[in-house]
Design a protein around this ligand. Structure first.
Ligand code: NAD
Length: 509
């Protein structure tokens, strides 16, 4: 029995959990899931109790000894089958993303593809875990480093990439020999649940991957349970900081990726038309609900700013906003009514703060979808660094243009900002680009590339308050994050030679 069971809700319509390779029904504190394009509740999702999360942790703990000893090549074969199954079910998973997140179907397929890329990388795990070996570090002595799995690890993920961000975590964690408990976003839980069932179909043993839906109660259980060795988190900065401080205080390894305010610098020598096209896609794609979205364009010189603003305004007039199921649309709705109100509130605030609203998407109504959470693209010019619309993450289709006098001044703005996730520069000048890449205080940098999201065999992460912890997500850093180094030194005395006791510290050989 759950503590607070569903009232007047068909329990078959409540998304439960996935523990020990079994779908677990639950009607505890069900929360509504909305289709953001219609504003209608489509299903509900259960909020796992502490006891349910503890069951998932226990399942993962029980599965760990056998999984840790499963040869990496065998783990890789399961990843190959998983990848194949994901590709066969791509349409179904992308449709679930569109229905619950709202993003346009092609964009959902794009996110899904970037997640599958990490599974590709995980398929190479035997190579990635080969370790380091040195022969004859001393007379007859060999030494090597082994990378051993940690045990039970957990992932907590945001709403904006319901398939991809969980896949930044669990394929590599599992391939490294850990067992996993995922707590995805309660706003769009279907895509990760579909992937969980495919892991089972791929042959993953029971308990190696578990999924609990829930909220703070589930997260706090993961943070406070001593069986959980490490936590990967992606979400907003205040929660990332909370996860990092609580998790590390409890002795866990934690990587917590947070929010962003990504600046694009447009230099006077840039190819302006290309820069405008890049900015339009990077600012308004996925309705601005991307941690790598460009939300600030810093134009160097008034001439560049005037040209960029007038061209952006013209492009914005041609953007189509509507349901994600109509792939001719460029942008879908925002995730929830509460988020819609927040984004709209920021546009009101920008006007109060004295910025110049050049394009106003607030009045947008999509025919037949009047209750959907739609807002059109918004563009502010003459934004300054003291404004809240400049300093705070809006996470919507709102692009702020800031005018700077030089590359140095543009870079100073970026370096002074609390976030340091992504940035880019548009220029034809190699020296300016090289200087920018070398000195900017940001984790991911694009040169004429607006969304410099690293491919799966590099690693993803920000600097400053965009990442708490030392290691980035996926790529080579994920092998380090999900394993613990052990260094072994061995000698087999030969010919029955008796060793003498040595009282001095082993000296240099
Ligand atoms: P969020 O921080 O509200 O939620 C993220 C996760 O934390 C969810 O699973 C949620 O259930 C859980 N959570 C929420 N409140 C909690 C609390 N008080 N205690 C414990 N757990 C809690 O983020 P969101 O709104 O789902 O996602 C948007 C945010 O994620 C944006 O700030 C965006 O920049 C960020 N994001 C960052 C990256 C990155 O790589 N840096 C990637 C994607 C999204």
């Amino acid at each position: 029995m759950s503590a607070s069971p569903a009232k007047n809700i068909d329990t078959a319509e409540i998304v439960g959990h996935f523990i020990n390779n079994v779908d677990v029904a639950d009607d505890n504190r069900p929360q509504p899931i909305c289709n953001p394009a219609t504003g209608k509740v489509t299903r509900h999702v259960a909020m796992a109790s502490k006891a349910t999360v503890e069951n998932a942790i226990a399942a993962a703990q029980a599965a760990f000894p056998a999984w840790r000893n499963t040869p990496p090549a065998k783990r890789a074969r399961i990843m190959f089958r998983f990848k194949q199954l994901l590709e066969e079910h791509a349409d179904e998973i992308a449709a679930a993303i569109t229905n619950e997140h709202g993003k346009v179907f092609d964009d959902a397929m794009g996110e899904f593809g970037r997640g599958v890329e990490v599974v590709d990388y995980a398929c190479g795990i035997p190579e990635l875990l080969k370790g380091e070996y040195s022969k004859n570090v001393g007379p007859g002595i060999d030494s090597w480093s082994d990378f051993q799995p940690l045990g039970v690890v957990a992932g907590i993920t945001p709403f904006n990439f319901p398939a991809m961000v969980p896949m930044w975590m669990y394929p590599m964690a599992i391939a490294c020999g850990n067992t996993f408990v995922l707590k995805p976003s309660e706003k769009d839980p279907t895509a990760p649940m579909l992937a969980a069932r495919l892991l089972r179909e791929a042959g993953l043993p029971a308990g190696v991957f578990n999924l609990v839906n829930g909220d703070k109660e589930a997260v706090d259980t993961l943070l406070n349970d001593s069986r959980v060795q490490a936590i990967s988190f992606v979400g907003s900065t205040p929660i990332a900081e909370y996860i990092y401080t609580t998790g590390t205080k409890n002795g866990k390894r934690v990587q917590a990726l947070g929010g962003a305010k990504n600046h694009a610098v447009v230099m006077p020598d840039a190819d302006i038309d290309n820069a405008v096209n890049a900015l339009i896609g990077a600012a308004y794609g996925s309705c601005g609900e991307r941690c790598m979205a460009i939300s600030v364009a810093v134009c160097v010189g008034d001439e560049v700013a005037d040209s960029i603003v007038s061209k952006l305004k013209a492009e914005i007039a041609g953007l189509k906003v509507g349901t994600g199921t109509d792939t001719s649309n460029h942008m879908g709705p925002l995730i929830t009514k509460a988020h819609y109100d927040k984004v709209r509130g920021y546009v009101d605030l920008g006007i109060e703060e004295g910025a110049d609203l050049v394009a106003d998407g607030r009045g947008l109504v999509v025919d037949g979808h009047e209750d959907g959470f739609f807002i059109g693209p918004c563009l502010f010019d003459r934004v300054t660094s003291d404004m809240r619309i400049y300093n705070e993450e809006i996470f919507g289709p709102v692009l702020c243009v800031v005018r700077a006098e030089s590359e140095e001044q543009a870079m100073q703005l970026i370096n002074d900002h609390e976030y340091g996730n992504g940035t880019c520069i548009f220029t034809r000048d190699g020296e300016a680009a090289r200087y920018f890449a070398d000195n900017i205080q940001v984790g991911m940098v694009g040169i004429n590339v607006p969304l410099p999201v690293p491919v799966s065999y590099h690693s993803f992460g920000g600097w400053k308050r965009s990442l708490f912890g030392d290691l980035f997500a996926y790529g080579p850093d994920s092998v380090r994050f999900y394993t613990r180094r052990k260094t072994i030194t061995q000698r087999w005395p030969s010919g029955g030679v008796r060793e003498k006791a040595q009282f001095s510290f082993p000296g240099r050989q």
